[in-house]
Design a protein around this ligand. Structure first.
Ligand SMILES: Cc1cc2nc3c(=O)[nH]c(=O)nc-3n(C[C@H](O)[C@H](O)[C@H](O)COP(=O)(O)O)c2cc1C
Length: 197
């Protein structure tokens, strides 16, 4: 790959690495778009892992949420990141793998804070219609974290959504001229091309 393309890929990699360390970084949250039949669905998720070598991006979710069913039907997705400091947008598309109840999910579960684990302890499946307001957190843990023993019950609901990316549309806004590059990861060698911004 030409040096000018490699530099931009390195910029993207360092934004991802920074976001994994800094919860306030713009790349820490991204929009994940999927579709069921002809209906698009977009939601905000938290970046949990990124590897350029393995060509994947991870976020976490609850296996009971409608998006898991939807992703099992159609696993093509697009992830959209924007960093306002650098004016860099990355639209990353690929195929999702849902990872559940294996050594990797257990290691990841054990690395979560007890506060984050509370999201998986809700009595209702996410998106269930409620008769009246419920925070979908057990009452005991509304104002305090569960112990690792108490949160264990949530593990069965925990999944890693792994995006195996195939294409990246990289856009950097600049007064002197925007730069836009299409990276293609479909083959062993990464290919890159300038495209009109
Ligand atoms: C800042 C922020 C971060 C979020 N992170 C996640 C996440 O990492 N995983 C997740 O499943 N939902 C996350 N959500 C909630 C989703 O955006 C969405 O409302 C929920 O997952 C239901 O989506 P669904 O109906 O498409 O399944 C987050 C929401 C916000 C506002």
């Amino acid at each position: 790959m030409k040096k000018e393309f490699q530099e931009k890929l390195d910029d993207l990699k360092s934004l991802m690495k920074d976001a994994l360390k800094d919860s306030k970084h713009s790349f820490r949250i991204f929009a994940l778009g999927s579709s069921s039949n002809t209906k698009p669905n977009i939601r905000t998720v938290v970046l949990r892992d990124f590897s350029l070598n393995n060509r994947n991006i991870d976020c976490h979710s609850d296996i009971r949420s409608p998006k898991i069913n939807e992703l099992n039907q159609n696993n093509y997705v697009e992830a959209m990141f924007y960093c306002s400091d650098n004016k860099i947008q990355a639209r990353i598309s690929g195929k999702v793998e849902i990872i559940h109840n294996n050594k990797e999910t257990l290691d990841r579960w054990n690395s979560l804070t007890e506060s984050s684990k509370r999201c998986y302890l809700g009595p209702y499946s996410p998106s269930t219609m409620l008769e009246s307001y419920h925070a979908n957190i057990p009452d005991d843990f509304k104002f305090k974290n569960p112990t690792p023993e108490q949160s264990k019950i949530g593990y069965k609901n925990f999944v890693i959504i792994r995006i195996h990316f195939l294409k990246i549309d990289f856009l950097e806004l600049k007064y002197s001229g925007h730069k836009r590059i299409k990276f293609d990861f479909s083959n062993k060698e990464i290919s890159a091309n300038w495209i009109a911004p």
